[in-house]
Design a protein around this ligand. Structure first.
Ligand code: SF4
Length: 352
């Protein structure tokens, strides 16, 4: 779906620009040292937009120290106190995420819109299942996709009435099916860029799966301009998951992609250790490169010759394929190191 473009600092969202990956700090901005350390880790992991909550004046003040140290744009997350939106905009935030449902009356929203417009800063209207307006809830009897869309539409129209058109929208619920349906319906009617994700998706494997199914479904339908995988506890993991989702959907190519079999009774090599070593040592590579690590000769030669480089392990040896042809055979114990040597050589030579 073609959406309008908004500029979040140096990152363009919408209008067919690359789908960006976001995450959110889970330490307070006032803990400057820890906040900066987390920002650095997120940026190194490939996070492109970072959000932080600004609940009070001290946090708004901390933005003045933190933002100049950042390579990525900072989004201020505002609830309840519209003055924090204004202070954040004045202190360098590149976007303000606001939930109009909990910010107070129209006069406050009007003031925030005027400030953002004057500073050339976009807003994100964040609609969550847990904060739909009471009258909409009463109309549908519970949180529904229709109610979420109605709530988002009401806010978008209000912001436009107050002169702010640079507005992204997020409509999230912890229910994947409802979130997808709501975003589908919204994007059919409105051209605001969409920030997509599944809110309160949980932690670890559960959170990654729920986020991936929801975000992946929407992206495959052409819905979504920026994503956040919400995971309890893991900010860097959110970014890694987000980037993998984009790759799986064919929207990103950069970095090493490892093709590996699940292993079975035929496997005689510890392929998992090989894969983990390659992943760890190549995490900073940006060039796209497919590496196959296969546990036997059933599918090993095929997958390895389709990859840029790959190995089919069998009987204590690994047959390494490069550029579709057998390259050399090495003992299991050397497979990881030789693959790494070759990968770095290929990246250096620009062969990939
Ligand atoms: S490639 Fe070989 S080891 Fe791997 S799952 Fe298939 S049959 Fe098993």
């Amino acid at each position: 779906m073609k959406t309008r473009v908004i500029n979040v600092g140096s990152v363009k969202i919408g209008g067919g620009n690359p789908v960006s990956v976001q995450s959110m700090l889970n330490v307070p901005l006032t803990d400057i040292e820890r906040a900066l350390a987390q920002i650095k880790s997120l940026e190194e992991a490939g996070c492109e937009i970072i959000r932080a909550t600004v609940p009070d004046k001290a946090c708004a003040e901390a933005l003045k120290i933190i933002i100049p140290e950042m390579k990525t744009p900072m989004v201020a997350d505002i609830h309840f106190d519209y003055r924090m939106a204004i202070a954040s905009a004045e202190n360098g935030a590149a976007k303000i995420r606001i939930n109009p449902g909990n910010i107070g009356g129209d006069d406050k929203i009007k003031e925030v819109c005027a400030c953002l417009k004057a500073n050339g800063i976009p807003a994100r209207i964040g609609i969550n299942g847990g904060s739909v307006e009471k009258d909409i809830l009463a109309k549908y009897g519970k949180v529904t996709a229709e109610g979420l869309v109605e709530s988002a539409a009401r806010s978008v129209e209000k912001f436009e009435q107050f002169g702010l058109y640079d507005v992204a929208v997020s409509i999230k619920a912890s229910d994947v099916v409802m979130t997808v349906e709501a975003n589908r319906n919204f994007s059919a009617k409105y051209d605001n860029p969409l920030h997509i994700g599944i809110t309160e998706a949980g932690e670890g494997t559960q959170g990654i799966i729920w986020g991936s199914v929801g975000i992946g479904t929407m992206l495959m339908e052409g819905i979504g301009d920026t994503i956040r995988v919400s995971l309890t506890g893991g900010t860097v993991e959110e970014v890694i998951a987000g980037r993998e989702i984009l790759k799986a959907c064919g929207l990103r190519k950069e970095g090493i992609h490892i093709v590996s079999c699940p292993t079975c009774g035929r496997t005689t090599t510890d392929t998992l250790s090989i894969i983990r070593k390659i992943r760890e040592k190549t995490s900073k590579i940006k060039k796209p490169l497919t590496v196959a690590v296969m546990g036997c000769v059933v599918n090993g030669p095929g997958e390895s010759s389709n990859a840029d480089i790959g190995v089919a392990c069998s009987g204590g040896k690994g047959v390494i394929f490069k550029g579709g042809k057998i390259y050399k055979t090495v003992p299991d114990s050397l497979v990881a190191d030789i693959l790494l040597e070759e990968i770095f050589e290929m990246v250096k030579e620009g062969n990939v």
